[in-house]
Design a binder for this molecule. Structure first.
Ligand code: GAL
Length: 950
């Protein structure tokens, strides 16, 4: 191995300085962020020779910003693969075609830096680099998302301009360890700085701030400055390094109340500022606890991403993420699958988020070769892996927010994991360690799974899951440990479905301590098509020969950080206060916080008759301890006559750092009165019915066309991704190309009855629809629909709907039912009953890959209006009946054919679907499919509608 070039050598460069904590220091620091001279060569050999010499002429070079990925600045192109390596598996070798960036810039180092040590620090370079100062090579490094420091004292020239030259390789031995499911993008993508290190300064600090039995324990270990003082002025602490004090008056840190104390470590020559949170993480009696309280992780997996900047995120991007998380009731982040920019953890400390800090390590692609030569189990890579763990733990050890270390993701099993685990446990016994891949839970203090279906989670909750792994002793220990879903709820496209049922399990079984949705944000890259129209690119949009399509767009946020319906759903499902009740009372309010009472919340209520407010007020809610609940009298009663709902909302009583007073935390609804059945008044009137096609052709001057039975939806990602996906079956049957045969049109008792058989070509199954049209007073029509399946149907159906087309000048929808957002049978927690209005355009959800979307649930009536003429009102007037509603300017076929939202062009009709029934969406793109209670099969269905002009 000695002859390997540095970029193919797995051994860390011994010139890298020992890793240490990222801290705020008053020692002089020069940022090297900004414009650098840049050249990109196709191979290592073709990179310009002599570029590191101060005399080299880079006059012809372009400029590239640091931090940035060169692929997002016109050099090469981003490429996306999930599991597969985009190069042959030939470790530790990488292709000769290895894009190599040469970076140069000068920096004036103040004369005052003379005499002291000078350190050059890189926060992140993807994937491998060598660095020279004034023509002298000072070191090389791998580990894209890990810091690297070099002592440049001997070569730096204070008082002069100094040349820093960096050569960055897209591929390296390290690339084998960085097979995360994300874009392959290269360059100096995090900050670079020159640090003056004063004599007698603080080389490293390690804060120990526990919270036991109502008191704090505090000690700060300091490297390099034994004479330093450790100050915590607020509590009058002034101690020596390594001296432990017990602090009675301390308030603990938690994600709910992230109390931080300012601490300084001071020497004659340097002052380091720290924000310290007192908290103790422990696994006790098989449960993960923080300050003695069982925690329920309401988490997300966060990649660093911005649609223009990739992983070169700014402070504002990080803050946006943290604020959005806090505002959606999220309390935990797994930094999938690498340590984040160090500032992100400062923000998690400050705003309150539990963090599982994950090492920059994934070798998933070895799965494709039967895990042969997996670095995880190869001694050649032992030091590389230990080095990665060390660099993460040392950098991030002082953060209260970090409650667990994670060894990495999907790297199989092997002996090197023991080194990584061992390092963390020896150095930091106070934090549990996470790893998901070892079946028997080895190298992990928690039992972790990804995408386990609900029934398995239930068994785990009871500690009755089947044995795993080969070692029964190890397996017994695993069964004793707390359970987390390091990934669940795959948020790809429309979904994830089934979150409510997961949350019920987490709340029912103490062992099930929640988990992390996969994932936080869609990694769509902003780009343009040939016509200049902007869209978010995914795998394959950049000419990759090997790619995994839109699997990279599976977040709760759209690429521009707009919340998707999935985020609204998640926020509702995980709300920390549960509000429920029944018409005859009482109203129950349950506090699901771990450490907080409800004093920071204000409770308001409204009573609405058919969506119109009739009364409102404030609710006096007594203090409720964490885990407790209270029962109250209902603040309103119904007078009858109309469907009446009581809505109770819990909002912030005062501003919090992450949201303003009035921000909604939780809500609940109680139906006070049912909807009385409407009286339909029959009348004699004309029915504009096409006797050949059996459809209505007009209503009071409105050019209605329909309905026809529809049993199709444009496949969602969850419907179509897996080889055995539901939509494969639907398409095989031909639900996307149904034919209609009008069997007969008959006049019966003043009604017209149309019987139609809807069926796919080549098969003998069908759906018999009977539509009975009855004229009503006021130009209305009553439509009684019933559907009867015929033949041997196998498999599920996506929907049973009535499809109409309407004039294109209609533009507005007002409805009474579930809203305001999109909802499907297993994603309806966030839909509240009310009256809502939206433009047709705003009803559409712009999934990065177009698919079924925009449905509103539990609709009692809807009015589609606008344009010059009459609109249409559709109502389910029959007592408790409701329907699902979609209104769009394109068909399901258009949606299914589109690759990007820009492909969807409004047509000359508006398409209305009234669902009698609809299948859930599930999470089968990765994880369980639709739960049985949300499935839909070919079964009899019926609905009574009243159509009137609007
Ligand atoms: C997991 C993996 C994630 C992501 C996800 C699917 O197996 O850990 O990185 O690939 O599947 O989106």
């Amino acid at each position: 191995m000695t002859s390997l070039p540095y970029h193919e050598d797995p051994l860390p460069d011994a010139r890298m300085l020992p890793p240490r904590a990222a801290v705020t220091s008053d020692a002089p620091r020069l940022s090297l962020n900004g414009q650098w001279r840049f050249d990109l060569a196709a191979t290592v050999a073709e990179a310009p020779a002599g570029f590191s010499d101060p005399g080299f002429d880079d006059g012809g070079w372009a400029e590239l910003p640091v931090p940035a990925h060169w692929q997002l600045h016109g050099y090469g192109r981003p490429a996306y693969t999930n599991v597969r390596y985009p190069f042959p598996i030939d470790p530790p070798h990488v292709p000769t075609e290895n894009p190599t960036g040469s970076y140069r810039r000068t920096i004036a180092v103040p004369a005052g830096w003379a005499g002291g040590r000078v350190v050059l620090r890189f926060e992140g370079v993807d994937s491998c680099f060598a660095v020279w100062v004034n023509g002298h090579e000072v070191g090389t490094a791998q580990g894209s998302r890990l810091p690297a420091e070099f002592d440049v004292t001997e070569v730096v020239r204070p008082g002069e301009d100094n040349l820093v030259a960096v050569r960055v390789h897209q591929w390296s031995a390290g690339s084998y360890l960085e097979d995360q499911d994300m874009w392959w993008m290269s360059g100096i993508f995090r900050d670079v700085a020159l640090l003056s290190r004063p004599d007698g300064g603080v080389d490293d600090v390690y804060v120990h701030a526990g919270y036991y039995g109502g008191a704090g324990r505090f000690r700060v270990d300091v490297d390099g400055a034994p004479q330093a003082r450790v100050l915590l002025p607020e509590l009058g602490v002034d101690v020596a390094p390594g001296e432990e004090v017990r602090l009675e008056a301390v308030q603990p840190w938690s994600a709910e109340v992230p109390r931080l104390y300012d601490v300084q470590v001071v020497t004659d020559t340097e002052r380091v500022d720290l924000r310290v949170g007192f908290r103790t993480v422990r696994i006790a009696d098989g449960l993960l606890t923080v300050n003695g309280n069982r925690v329920l992780l309401r988490g997300v997996n966060r990649h660093e991403f911005h649609p223009d900047r990739g992983r070169a995120v700014t402070e504002q991007d990080m803050l946006d993420d943290v604020l959005l998380m806090k505002r959606h009731n999220i309390n935990a982040v797994r930094t999938s699958h690498y340590p984040p920019h160090p500032r992100f953890l400062d923000l998690c400390d400050e705003y309150g988020l539990y963090v599982v800090d994950e090492c920059d390590f994934e070798t998933h692609g070895f799965e494709h070769v039967g895990w042969r030569r997996n670095p995880t189990d190869d001694p050649t890579w032992a030091e590389a892996l230990a080095d990665r763990m060390r660099r993460m733990v040392e950098r991030d050890k002082n953060h209260a927010s970090v409650i667990m270390w994670s060894l990495g993701n999907e790297s199989g099993t092997g002996r090197n994991l023991a080194l990584m685990y061992g390092y963390a446990k020896d150095r930091d016994p106070g934090r549990p360690v996470h790893y998901e891949r070892a079946p028997d839970g080895r190298w992990s203090d928690v039992y972790s799974r990804m995408y386990a279906p609900h029934d398995e989670v239930e068994l785990i909750g009871r500690r009755e899951e089947p044995a795993r792994g080969v070692d029964p002793v190890q397996d017994a220990a695993r069964r004793e440990s707390p359970f987390v879903l390091c990934e669940y709820g795959h948020a790809m496209g429309n979904g994830p479905g089934g979150l409510t049922e997961y949350q019920q399990l987490f709340e029912a079984h103490p062992r099930c301590q929640g988990g992390f949705i996969w994932e936080w944000i869609d990694h769509g890259i902003r780009t343009r098509d040939a016509q200049g129209r902007e869209f978010y690119g995914y795998g394959g949009d950049f000419g990759e020969e090997l790619h995994d399509g839109n699997f990279v767009a599976d977040g709760l946020l759209f690429p521009d950080r707009t919340p998707s319906p999935g985020l609204h759903e998640f926020a509702k499902v995980i709300e920390p206060v549960r509000i429920s009740g029944a018409a005859d009372g009482p109203l129950r309010i349950t506090n699901l916080y771990e450490a907080r009472d409800l004093a920071h919340l204000r409770f308001t209520w409204t009573a609405e008759e058919e969506g119109a407010e009739v009364a409102a007020g404030e609710l006096d809610v007594p203090s409720v301890a964490p885990g407790g609940s209270v029962e109250l009298d209902l603040p309103a009663k119904a007078d009858g006559g109309a469907e009446t709902w009581l809505t109770v909302r819990a909002v912030l009583a005062a501003d919090e750092p992450w949201a303003k007073a009035g921000h909604e935390i939780a809500w609940g609804q109680v139906r006070l009165a049912e909807r009385p059945p409407a009286e339909a008044i029959r009348a004699d009137g004309p029915i504009a019915l096409d006797p050949v096609r059996g459809v209505l052709t007009g209503l009071a001057g409105l050019a209605v066309d329909g309905p026809r039975l529809d049993a199709w939806r444009a496949p969602t990602d969850n419907d179509r991704i897996r080889p055995d996906a539901a939509a494969v079956g639907w398409q095989a049957i031909g639900l996307d190309r149904l034919r209609h045969r009008v069997q007969d049109v008959r006049h019966e008792d003043g009604s017209i009855v149309v019987r139609t058989r809807t069926a796919p070509a080549a098969l003998d199954v069908g759906l018999l629809t009977t539509m009975r049209w009855t004229p009503l007073a006021g130009a209305g029509l009553q439509l009684d629909v019933s559907v009867q399946p015929e033949g041997e149907w196998t498999g599920s159906l996506p929907r049973l709907g009535l499809l109409w087309s309407l004039p294109a000048d209609l533009d507005t929808v007002t409805w009474y039912g579930g809203g305001p957002g999109e909802a499907y049978p297993d994603t309806r927690a966030a839909a509240r009953v009310g009256r809502f209005t939206s433009s047709i355009d705003a009803l559409q959800t712009p999934y990065v890959m177009p698919q079924e979307n925009g449905r509103r649930t539990d609709v009692r009536w809807a009015e589609i209006t606008g344009g010059s003429g009459t609109g249409l009102r559709v109502a389910a007037e029959d007592g408790p009946a409701t329907f699902g509603l979609t209104v769009r300017r394109w068909t399901s076929a258009d949606l299914a054919a589109a690759r990007h939202p820009v492909d969807l062009v409004p047509g000359d009709r508006v398409w209305l679907t009234v669902d009698l029934a609809h299948r859930g969406v599930g999470t089968a793109s990765c994880g369980p499919d639709v739960l049985p209670q949300h499935e839909l099969y070919a079964e009899p269905a019926s609905l009574r509608l009243v159509l009137t002009p609007a």
